[in-house]
Design a protein around this ligand. Structure first.
Ligand SMILES: Nc1nc2c(ncn2[C@@H]2O[C@H](COP(=O)(O)OP(=O)(O)OP(=O)(O)O)[C@@H](O)[C@H]2O)c(=O)[nH]1
Ligand SMILES: [Mg+2]
Length: 485
């Protein structure tokens, strides 16, 4: 039984509705799978007629066999022709269902990378009965044909988007099924648990206990432990995937936007000597020593009657709350004053944050002032660095300090870490249910209530791998993929 059948039996709806809702159907689809500008361009064709349609536009050289006669996993050399005009010399690979990415018959046509050639080949395929694929449709077909579960399909998108060694490792692990294995073990345990409780319900009149309550409590604790470990890993997973949030804060004109531009190596924010230049939050990510940071430049903090600037400053305080690392930038020539002014506002907010003072414009100050500011930072027990954002002095020290401060755990290929907010939400719901189970066991709640909470927990875990996910959610997941994947 493939996943489409499961969907049909579970939801008891017609195939037509499934096809309309989930955009899977019998069409043979085609798309350019490679980025523009390379020497080679690949077009993917998938569906029941993929090989037959490709054959219609392909002429093998050296009297090779037609593609329909070729065994799976072979590559044929030949021409794509429009009537008698040769469009390109190509290689075509043949895959046969179910042993292909989508689980369907598929071909991949490797042409020269010219966008003219690729468009011509696409046009010919469409003339012969293909339609262009929707974003993510290949992966959606792979999911519906049972080639991968939903969490693995989502990892495909993450893998394509991965921009650092850590994001790559996490996506690769998830795609290879590390997360699915952990969830399937959990579900097996939960199902055993549920069946024991439900068996007792069947014999409720005889008042028997098949399951030792102490064993059940231990099992519930074990399950709770695994689910909460997975849910807690989201903090790290999110930081790895979206970057560790670093807020650059301080008074107006301290040089915050200058620093943002230096760290990003790009003129992202407007810099000027007018106080209050930045009024809204500006953020972007950059990888430093293999770790992705999300730097957030904020509106300078000062007393102002300007309504827009006031809103900007409110956002600054919100960003302090959301960030892991705070870079508090002060103008070294006016540092003591700025620290005195802002300490009462900033320090309470930074209690659980990694706070560093940046003495900027340090090229202006003499050794005496430097020693005085060093003493001040030490008194306040805050780490500090003297920099000149404008001259790029000590920026690599700052970068090294950031990578040290970030202290993310080393991720190995076998670590299961949650990076996806949808998974995190489902795990949080599963955790709520298992807490209710634990309480129920504690208070000797009747078996039918406990089994209801257990079923709910199983439902949320099944949602992650796509066993009970509704079509609208599926549609949303796949529409964010690129075309051709
Ligand atoms: N001499 C010197 N000038 C700097 C340095 N860093 C920034 N500046 C200058 O200070 C002025 C203010 O810089 P910005 O980066 O706009 O300051 P900001 O903190 O973003 O200011 P607001 O957006 O108004 O809060 C500009 O004229 C910068 O060129 C530095 O290290 N040395
Ligand atoms: Mg600014």
């Amino acid at each position: 039984m493939n996943r489409q059948d499961i969907f049909i039996s579970r939801k008891n709806v017609s195939l037509q509705q499934i096809t309309e809702d989930t955009m899977i159907n019998q069409d043979t689809i085609c798309a350019i799978a490679t980025a523009q500008g390379g020497a080679i361009g690949t077009i993917r064709v998938s569906g029941t007629k993929a090989i037959e349609i490709t054959d219609k536009i392909f002429t093998p050289t050296h009297k090779n066999k037609k593609l329909t006669e070729q065994p799976a996993y072979t590559i044929s050399f030949g021409h794509i022709k429009n009537d008698n005009e040769i469009i390109d010399e190509v290689l075509v690979s043949v895959f046969r269902a179910p042993h292909s990415y989508t689980g369907e018959d598929s071909t991949e046509i490797m042409c020269h990378g010219s966008s003219y050639i690729l468009q011509q080949v696409m046009q010919l395929l469409i003339q012969q009965g293909c339609r262009t694929a929707l974003p993510g449709e290949y992966t959606q077909r792979a999911f519906l044909n049972g080639k991968m579960d939903l969490s693995q399909a989502e990892a495909v998108a993450d893998l394509i988007a991965s921009s650092s060694a850590a994001t790559h490792r996490l996506a690769m692990n998830q795609m290879r099924g590390g997360f699915s294995k952990e969830l399937s073990d959990l579900r097996t345990q939960l199902l055993n648990f549920t069946s024991m409780i439900e068996l007792e319900l069947d014999f409720s009149e005889e008042d028997v206990q098949f399951a030792n309550r102490e064993d059940l409590r231990n099992l519930a604790d074990q399950i709770e432990h695994v689910i909460s470990r997975l849910a807690n890993s989201f903090n790290v997973g999110n930081a790895i995937k979206n970057g560790i949030p670093v807020a650059i804060i301080g008074e107006t004109n301290a040089g915050k936007s200058t620093l943002l531009n230096v760290l990003l190596n790009e003129e992202k924010a407007i810099v000027s000597d007018i106080h209050g230049t930045t009024r809204d939050v500006i953020e972007d990510t950059v990888s430093i020593n293999g770790i992705t940071f999300r730097f957030i430049d904020t509106a300078g903090i000062r007393e102002t009657h300007d309504t827009i600037e006031t809103l900007g400053i409110e956002r600054t305080f919100k960003k302090i709350e959301q960030a892991d690392i705070i870079l508090w930038m002060v103008d070294s020539t006016d540092a003591r004053m700025q620290i005195e002014m802002l300490s009462p506002k900033i320090l309470p907010l930074c209690k659980n944050k990694k706070l560093t003072l940046l003495f900027n414009k340090a090229e202006y100050i003499h050794e005496n002032l430097k020693s005085e500011l060093t003493r001040l930072a030490k008194q306040l027990n805050i780490e500090y660095i003297f920099i000149s954002a404008k001259n790029r002095d000590n920026i690599s020290e700052l970068e090294n300090h950031l990578t040290k401060t970030a202290s993310l755990p080393q991720i190995s290929q076998n670590d299961v870490i949650v990076t996806n907010i949808r998974h995190y939400e489902a795990l949080t719901h599963a955790l709520d249910s298992i807490h209710r189970v634990q309480n129920g066991l504690q208070t000797n709640l009747s078996g039918d209530f406990i089994s209801q909470d257990l079923r709910e927990c199983i439902f949320h875990l099944s949602d992650i791998v796509g066993e009970v996910t509704n079509d609208q959610v599926l549609g949303n997941i796949f529409k964010n993929f690129c075309v051709g994947k």
